[in-house]
Design a protein around this ligand. Structure first.
Ligand SMILES: Nc1ncnc2c1ncn2[C@@H]1O[C@H](COP(=O)(O)OP(=O)(O)OP(=O)(O)O)[C@@H](O)[C@H]1O
Length: 451
C-alpha cells in the first residue's frame, strides 16, 4: 500500500482517501470452516470476496462536513471503519493530516487515533449501562493519559454542558437519559480527547425526527467551536441536507456522485442520486407521500455488475451503439429483459407479450429479429435461453456494461468539483474540460471493465 504514494489532490485536505478497497473473505461468513462438499454436494459455496468498498476516493477539508449517503448494505459503515483503520484496508490509501495511516502502527497510530473519533448509531448500546456518564466521558482521556483525575472530571463536566446536558448529571447512569441525551453523552466522550475529525455513523437515525434536528444543531455548533471535521453517514437525505457541506452518494461499494450539497440536491447528475431524491417523502398530501422507489434488487457485492454497477436498475441505461432503436423501443427492450430475468410474468404467447411490453414502440432491424428469437424461446418454455439472449445481446453490449464511468462535469452551483460516475455525462464532461470549467483530470474514464 505504501507504494501508492501521497495522493495528488487538495493539499489543504485533512483527509485524503484514494482507491480504497475493503473486501471481506466470504468464508468468514455463515459457512466459515464448514466442510459441506462431500456430505451436501448440492450446496455450492462461493469463495469469492464480498467487495464491500471497491475503489473509493475523496478528500475532506478541514472544518467541513462530507455527507455520505446510500441504501443499506452499500458499504458506508465499512468505508468509515476502514478510513479509521478499525478495519485493515484490502488496498488503497488513507492520508490524515498528510500522514499515511497504512504505514503507521503501535504508539504513533494510537496517538493519531486520538484525533479521529467515531460516533455510532445506537446511543443505547454504545454506552456501558454500568458506568456513570461522567466516567464514560472521561474514559478516552484516561486511555490517552490526558490530565489528572481532577482535571478530567472538570473537563467532563465542561463538555457535558457544551453538548447541552446538565453537568450536575455527571453521576447519573445512561438509563436515566433519553435517546437524544445519550447521543449527546457520546458526543462529549468523543470530544474529550480534543479530536480534529469525527466519523458520525448514522448518529441520529435512531432518534425521533423532532430530536434529530436539535442534535444536528448541537453538532454544528460544536463543529464551529472546536473546528471539527465530520464524515457524516446517513441513509436519510433530509439529514444529509441539514448537516453537509458536500455530499458523496454511494452504491454497491462505489461513490457514484460527489458534489457540493446545493449542487447535488438541485442539479443531480447520476440516475441513482435522482432516484434517491425522488424517494424523499414530499410534504404535499396530494402527492401521496413517497414517489416510486427504485425497482429491482441491489445486486450482490460478491459479483457486482461490470461497468456501471447501477446499470441493472438504472432507468436511463444507454442503448448499445450497434442498434438504432427509438428511445421508447429501447426502454421497452430493457423493461422486457428485466421482466424475463425476474420471471415477472407467466404469459408465453408472443403476441400477448408484444402487446404488453411493446405496445407503443417495437424495435425493428436486428433488435427486432433478436426479440422474435427471445419470444420463441419463451413460447417453448426456454426461459434461461431467452434471458441469456437478451442479456448478452442487449444489456451486456451497452457502454454502461463495458466501461467504468468516472467523469467530472461543470458545477452550476458552488465552485466545487462535481463528480458523476455515469456515461450519460460523457459529453458534458468533455465540454467542461474544453471550456475550462472543470479540472485537468475531467472526463477521465477508467479503462474497460475487467469483470
Ligand atoms: N465482516 C463482514 N464479513 C462479510 N461481509 C460483510 C462484513 N461486514 C459487512 N459485510 C458486507 O459488506 C456490505 C456492506 O456492509 P456495510 O455494513 O458497510 O453497509 P452499510 O451501507 O453501512 O449498511 P447499513 O446502512 O445497513 O449499516 C454488505 O453486503 C455486508 O453484508
Amino acid at each position: 500500500m505504501s507504494e501508492v504514494g501521497p495522493p495528488e489532490s487538495d493539499p489543504e485536505a485533512l483527509l485524503q482517501v484514494r482507491d480504497l478497497c475493503k473486501h471481506f473473505d466470504n468464508e468468514s461468513g455463515l459457512l466459515a470452516g464448514v466442510e459441506l462438499d462431500d456430505e451436501f454436494p448440492y450446496v455450492s459455496r462461493s469463495t469469492s470476496d464480498v467487495r464491500a468498498v471497491d475503489g473509493v476516493s475523496f478528500d475532506i477539508k478541514q472544518g467541513e462536513t462530507l455527507g455520505l449517503v446510500g441504501e443499506s448494505g452499500c458499504g458506508k459503515s465499512t468505508l468509515a471503519r476502514t478510513v479509521l483503520r478499525l478495519l485493515e484496508p484490502t488496498s488503497g490509501s488513507v492520508y490524515f493530516q498528510g500522514q499515511d495511516l497504512a504505514s503507521m502502527s503501535g504508539e504513533p497510530l494510537r496517538r493519531m487515533r486520538k484525533d479521529m473519533q467515531m460516533i455510532f448509531q445506537d446511543p443505547q448500546s454504545s454506552l456501558d449501562p454500568r458506568m456513570k456518564v461522567g466516567p464514560i466521558v472521561e474514559e478516552p482521556m484516561k486511555a490517552h493519559g490526558m490530565l489528572d483525575e481532577e482535571g478530567r472530571e472538570a473537563r467532563a463536566k465542561e463538555l457535558l454542558e457544551k453538548v447541552g446536558l446538565d453537568p450536575q448529571h455527571y453521576n447519573r447512569y445512561p438509563h436515566a437519559f433519553s435517546g437524544g441525551q445519550r447521543q449527546r453523552v457520546n458526543l462529549a466522550r468523543a470530544l474529550s480527547v480534543n479530536p480534529d475529525f469525527i466519523v458520525c455513523d448514522e448518529p441520529v437515525s435512531a432518534l425521533d425526527v423532532s430530536i434529530q434536528a436539535q442534535v444536528l444543531n448541537t453538532m454544528e455548533e460544536l463543529q464551529d467551536e472546536f473546528d471539527l471535521t465530520y464524515l457524516f453517514i446517513a441513509h436519510d437525505l433530509s439529514v444529509i441536507r441539514h448537516i453537509s457541506d458536500r455530499v458523496a452518494v454511494m452504491y454497491l461499494g462505489e461513490i457514484v456522485e460527489l458534489a457540493d450539497k446545493e449542487e447535488l440536491f438541485e442539479n443531480p447528475k447520476h440516475p441513482y442520486t435522482r432516484a434517491l431524491l425522488d424517494a424523499i417523502p414530499v410534504p404535499d398530501p396530494r402527492s401521496g407521500g413517497r414517489k416510486a422507489l427504485l425497482s429491482g434488487d441491489v445486486p450482490s457485492p460478491i459479483d457486482p455488475p461490470s461497468g456501471c454497477r447501477f446499470r441493472t436498475r438504472c432507468p436511463s441505461v444507454i442503448q448499445p451503439d450497434e442498434y438504432d432503436m427509438t428511445d421508447e423501443a429501447w426502454r421497452n427492450v430493457v423493461e422486457f429483459q428485466r421482466a424475463v430475468e425476474r420471471r415477472a410474468f407467466e404469459e408465453t404467447d408472443p403476441d400477448a407479450l408484444r402487446d404488453r411490453y411493446f405496445d407503443d414502440a417495437t424495435p425493428g432491424g436486428d433488435a427486432g429479429t433478436l426479440l422474435d428469437e427471445a419470444f420463441g424461446h419463451i413460447e417453448r418454455d426456454e426461459w434461461d435461453a431467452a434471458e441469456q439472449l437478451l442479456v448478452e445481446r442487449f444489456a451486456d453490449q451497452s457502454v454502461c456494461a463495458t466501461a467504468n464511468p468516472a467523469y467530472e462535469v461543470g458545477s452550476e452551483l458552488g465552485d466545487d468539483r462535481h463528480y458523476a460516475a455515469c456515461h450519460l455525462r460523457r459529453d458534458e464532461a468533455v465540454a467542461a474540460a474544453v471550456d475550462g470549467t472543470a479540472f485537468d483530470d475531467a472526463a477521465r474514464s477508467r479503462p474497460e471493465a475487467d469483470d
